[in-house]
Design a protein. Structure first.
Lengths: 223, 181
């Protein structure tokens, strides 16, 4: 078993990346638009990933990310490197995404934190092990289940899962990006993961039952 | 902190050394904690696999830069217009001043006639005193009066070596009715 945990992004992100960002920012601040374009190209995929995770619509996410970069461009003169560029950018992306989610026509589900109390009572998931051969056998189904479960999470929970698991952001970076405390981030992560774990467990039960049922049918046919 | 929360902190690379030590012991002794740790890893890897297919729109950077380019020309004319307005105001004021400046007779030796006579009262006078010439230096011109229109103002020269700089000073607010101009 590999018990080494993945490292949070504030440890893993190479300093060279941050230095390159800073150099590009300084050039952009001096009016170099090509430098700003490079910043956009360097961060657009991750920013888009967070926006999609929050708004669950690629067109809306595209608009959000464009607007976020425009705001970054307008605010370049105020950026003094106190926090990392991507944390600043993600905070804007998060705020714009929340604005989109809060549009009256989009209020299909609450943002997330108000759902946590009911989950506190949910039992921990048991009986699902990554080393189980079942996982490799059904990996594509499990991926679909996780995607569907992610879709069904409230936006704040989706946001922290994507920021942590896909973008590799630390608790501190996420807290800054979402303008909440680290405790809130931990709580959101915990509950979001519990839901994803439950979805996996449910899938395993379903697949197990289907498999048993096929086995039974085969035995009946042979007899 | 509950063991499952501790495991999660450890998985996320956020546990401090003491917490990490506790989690390692827990993972070694508690199958449920070990199972959860592996499950977190599985969820993370499934999410990353699902996400790897997602790409930002190919033209996103083009669109951003096009919007920036479209905004820039709107800003420049506004600044240019503001600058032109300011420049025109200064020129107009300078022209008005020029009309009212006339050459004065040479003052008598030893006099300390003011270089400028300030038409505005009060605080303006004290500013004007700055421009008083030193005794014995002959001023080339004197300003008798200045028409500042509806506002108050003063005009004076500041000497710096061989050159004199004319300074025009005005209030933003119109002068009260009946005040000197």
């Amino acid at each position: 078993m590999n018990s080494e945990p993945p490292r949070a992004s504030n440890q893993a992100a190479p300093d060279a990346e941050a230095e390159l960002d800073q150099t590009l920012i300084e050039r952009a601040q001096a009016g170099d638009q090509a430098a700003f374009r490079r910043l956009v190209e360097r961060h657009q995929r991750r920013a888009f990933g967070i926006a999609v995770a929050l708004v669950r619509d690629e067109e809306d996410a595209n608009e959000v990310v464009q607007e976020a970069f425009i705001r970054v461009y307008r605010g370049l003169s105020q950026f003094h490197g106190g926090s990392s560029f991507f944390t600043w950018l993600y905070r804007i992306v998060t705020n714009l995404s929340i604005d989109v989610i809060r549009r009256p026509a989009r209020r299909e589900q609450p943002l997330g934190d108000d759902l946590e109390r009911e989950l506190d009572a949910a039992p921990a998931v048991r009986g699902f092990d990554a080393s189980d051969p079942f996982v490799e056998l059904h990996r594509s189904e499990l991926r679909q289940v996780i995607e569907k479960a992610l879709d069904e999470l409230p936006p704040y929970h989706r946001g922290v899962i994507v920021m942590r698991e896909i973008q590799g952001m630390s608790y501190e970076e996420m807290a800054e990006a979402m303008n909440v405390s680290k405790g809130t981030i931990m709580s959101r992560l915990f509950h979001a993961r519990r839901k994803l774990e439950n979805a996996l467990a449910h899938c395993k039960n379903e697949l197990g039952r289907a498999s048993a049922s096929r086995g039974d049918a085969g035995e009946e046919g042979e007899s | 902190m509950k063991p499952e929360e501790l495991v999660e902190r450890y998985y996320d690379g956020e546990a401090d050394e003491a917490e990490a030590e506790r989690v390692r012991a827990l993972l070694a002794s508690d199958p449920a904690s070990r199972e959860r740790f592996e499950r977190l890893g599985l969820i993370g890897s499934l999410l990353r696999e699902a996400e790897s297919a997602r790409k930002a729109p190919a033209d996103l950077a083009d669109r951003v830069m096009a919007r920036i380019a479209a905004e820039s020309p709107k800003v420049r004319p506004k600044r240019a217009a503001a600058f032109a307005t300011a420049a025109a105001s200064v020129l107009a004021l300078a022209a008005a001043v020029a009309l009212f400046v006339r050459t004065q007779p040479t003052p008598r030796e030893g006099s300390s006639a003011p270089l400028s006579q300030v038409s505005a009262p009060g605080a303006v006078s004290s500013l004007a005193e700055v421009s008083n010439v030193e005794p014995g230096i002959e001023p080339p011109v004197a300003i008798e009066s200045v028409d500042f229109g509806p506002t108050q103002g003063a005009i004076f020269l500041v000497s710096a070596g061989v050159t004199d700089t004319m300074v025009v000073w005005t209030l933003d607010e119109p002068a009260p009715p009946g005040s000197l101009r």
